[in-house]
Ligand binder design. Structure first.
Ligand SMILES: [Fe+2]
Length: 276
């Protein structure tokens, strides 16, 4: 059983024609690659920055782009999203809210549980208040034996790309750690936001951050003065990507995938053991 994660779609309208064309083309490339996977994923989770400016018209555009997906799509919100505008366009199983109106919900796929969290709040970095954390704790308490993937837009760990990283001592990160520590069923935290694949540990759990379907962040781990523009490259047209989550024997594994047409390098014409 597999689930595909796409993130940082940054879909927009013809008010911003360059980004509209580029981000739509790259999203289509990823959706095609996911539909060609065998076995076909049971679902797609889009983990935030679904659109670029959080506007109603952008969500209409997103809905139009996703209408021909043959795989059900679930949504989470990021800092570029607008909760109200999103909920004015999307509803149903992929856009559920908790009792406080946050876009947070749990979905089961066989034995596996996916818990979607809403970290929208700050201007760029995440937010996770007491009410959201209480919902997360109750949701995890309700199914302690199901192998679980938690989806949240903002990685609560440092990537080293300094202009994007959160303050590690932020209250929202502390609350999240308290809610997640010691949860044996939690196998992976799946994030976006950094527009680049990286991994680390948070509260004893694996964090898997996915590449964007839109443009990627340049891998630049040097110091930067956030108030002094210095002309450095910060975003790059590396290929669009996604993550494939695999569930087998109650364990969850993630694969980072690039979309695009690549020529086969070797074909299977002799026993595999001669390759080992
Ligand atoms: Fe983003």
């Amino acid at each position: 059983m597999t689930i595909a994660q796409i993130t940082d779609l940054h879909v927009t309208t013809d008010k911003d024609p360059l980004n509209q064309r580029r981000n739509e083309a790259r999203l289509r490339q990823v959706m095609t690659a996911i539909h060609e996977l065998r076995p076909r994923p049971a679902a797609i989770i889009a983990s935030g920055d679904l659109v670029d400016r959080g506007e109603h018209d952008e969500y209409l555009e997103l809905k139009r782009l996703m209408a021909d997906s043959e795989i059900p799509i679930y949504y989470a919100l990021g800092n570029h999203d607008g909760r109200e505008a999103f909920l004015s366009v999307f509803d149903g199983p992929g856009a559920q809210t908790d009792p406080n109106g946050y876009v947070q919900y749990a979905v089961d796929f066989g034995r596996m549980r996916m818990v979607v969290c809403d970290t929208l709040g700050g201007p760029n970095h995440g937010e996770y208040d007491e009410a959201r954390a209480a919902w997360l704790e109750a949701t995890l308490d309700a199914a302690p034996d199901r192998p679980t993937a938690v989806i949240l837009h903002h990685p609560p760990i440092l990537s080293g790309i300094r202009w994007m990283d959160p303050e590690p001592d932020s209250p929202w990160i502390r609350r999240l750690a308290e809610a997640l520590r010691g949860r044996d069923q939690l196998k992976v935290l799946m994030c976006g936001h950094i527009h680049r694949a990286f991994n680390g540990l948070f509260a004893g759990h694996m964090v898997s951050a996915a590449p964007a379907t839109s443009i990627q962040l340049t891998l630049d781990l040097t110091e930067v003065d956030m108030h002094v523009p210095d002309g450095r490259e910060i975003l790059v047209e590396e290929p669009p990507g996604f993550v494939l989550l695999m569930s087998e024997r109650d364990e969850l594994t993630t694969h980072v995938c690039l979309a695009g047409d690549y020529a086969p390098a070797v074909t299977y014409n002799f026993p595999f053991r001669t390759l080992a």
